[in-house]
Write a protein of this length. Sequence first.
Length: 763
Amino acid sequence: MTNAAVAGAGARSTEPVGRLSGHVLLTGGTGFVGQAVLERLLASHPDTRVTLLVRGKAGQGADDRVRKLLSKPVFKAWREALGREEAERVFAERVSALEGSLNDVGELPGDLDVVLHSASTVSFDPPIDEAFATNTGGARNLYTALAATGTDPHVVHVSTCYVGGIRKGVLPEARLDHDADWRVESDAAAAARQRMELRSREPGVLRTLMAEARAQHGKEGPQAVAHAAEAARVEWVKSRLVLAGRARAQSLGWTDVYTLTKALAERAAEELWGAEHRLSVVRPSVIESALVHPAPGWIDGFKVADPLILAFGRGQLPDFPGVPDSVLDIVPVDFVVNAILAAAATPPAAGGPRYLHVASGASNPLPFHEMYGHVREYFTANPIPDTPGATDGMPTWRFRGDRSVERSLVQAERLVGAANSVLDRLPSTPRTRSWQKTMGKRKRDVASMRTLSDLYRAYVGTEVIFDDAEARALNARIPADRPDEGFDVTRIDWPDYLQRVHVPAVTQLMRVFSRGRDRGAPTPTSAPALPQRTDVLAVFDLEGTVVDSNIVQQLLWVRQSEGGNAAALGEAASIITRLPAYLAAERRDRGEFIRTFLRRYAGMPSARLTGAVRGRYTDVLLAHASADALERVRQHRAAGHRTVLITGSIGVLAEPLAHLFDEVVAGTMHEEHGTLTGYLGAPPLVDEARAVWLTRAAQHGGYDLSASYAYGDSVADLPWLSLVGTATAVNPDARLARQAMQRRWRVVEWRRGGVSRADLLQS
């Protein structure tokens, strides 16, 4: 440690802040602030060695995770200054990993000089049990493990300015004044999870969730319904735990469960460590991109204000319930890092915790309306491509207040919900799919506004100012020859920082994320090139995809072929009398409908059916077949792919097209003495049954599903379309169209008709 640290200099000392030395334990080292702290330790405190408490993740051990940190952008300038090989050597020599987490700290080193605790949840509104486990429970676990070592390091506990809760006026740099018991609240939060899990399994809740899942996913099959119901149950639990956290926090005087648990984590730190040891509590306000170090605009992921900024830039926020003259208290990340390390180098006396606010509101306030003005000016001059802001101008906020904005938001939610419900019931056409796309974007915009409004209104409407006298006094002790290690917020020129540094940085980050996720790219419309391969399947649904028909029409065509128009009309009249029963079966299960309807073939001689199919039925079927579909089949065959025609009906009805494919997968009907009984030989091959068949066919035949193709028209096809690398929605129904757009699948309109017997002979 430095001489200043050894002497136990207080925050009001005039002695210059020295360099850190010795063994430093850092939590949260893979996070935004933690990465920047580690970089600064390596660059400016050469006599330190750092241990990071890190848990393994996704098959990657703690050592690997720490080693890969060196490739992060935060270390770019340091790597280049030393050279890659020297940087790797120094990093390996000075930085090590300790496998563990805040839930399972394990045994800590016995020679620690400084502990920097910066790990916490990154969400404002997590489920109550998760927030307490990470923030409050994590602090308890860390300081309990630290006490077990018998050592006396100086602990810097990184908190947040917003631990003061819902209040007005000045919040001093001091111990919080509240009566909340962190142990009792932590136990209650853990118990809330158990209660909600039990409630979610009650029959009434499960019946409701199953009914909703069946309505949305019934045509995809029973497993899809079950999976959707279970996902809904998990979301049911989570949403209620989020509400429980918000309600409990507000009932105790905090804005949300994040600030509540951070406040109680401070109390745990004070009781478990600060009562007898050296403890500094550093409270940053809203942390954003770096002003200077390691590079202007450096940021790792989107932070608190950034979703709000980007949503505005995209034209998604026509208004916002902020108080225009409230102070939006933000501070660059390098100022926070500098304050943490300056505090670490100047420990207070044992038993007397010291508190520092790293905030701008008291010394260099940024009113919310000025931030809005700077951001609006930036996006007006630099619109985000492919957004309303690029052509229509940026929204003008009128700051109408919470109630007015809330009324508008509720109305928008209702209108969007009603519009999407109507679109799901309309026939799917290019025009209705265009409407779906527009309303899908509108739904996302409204949901984004709801989320941002609920989460941020407390932060852009606050009337609290964070006193920073102690922080300013500590900053004054930074030596003049180390200006980039200071944290004087009066140096920040807000228009310059927002328009030249921060907003460009988060906009660039958005573009990087968009490229990585292929967001914003148009849904592919041109047919993908077909590579020459023999381990690829190309699977085509018959009804609605290759042929514009269904099993009802096929039966009418059979009757017409064997008995003329009169027979077909008689069959149609008979079908109409049974229509309610058929529709009910269709709603319940596609397979049940097929079994029920195909009973109408009972009593027909199989030879008569074959003759009807080879007669006029073939001409009618071909008149409804798609020339585009058959051309695509030819292309797949030319590329060496195995082409498959699949139908939930009986195979004889697909016979006119069979020779165009390598295989036809269809059902069969039981016969007695050459007469059809109406009973199928096996369950219909629909929805999930097709997915099972496709998986087995690929395994047994050695086909690569990730390189294979599938073509379907109904949301019932979703289970098997999802298995292949290239799925195409052909003239899709509304629900499949919506799913295809969300999944970036190709959506096509294949021409109906245009095929003759002569075409078949040429194929």
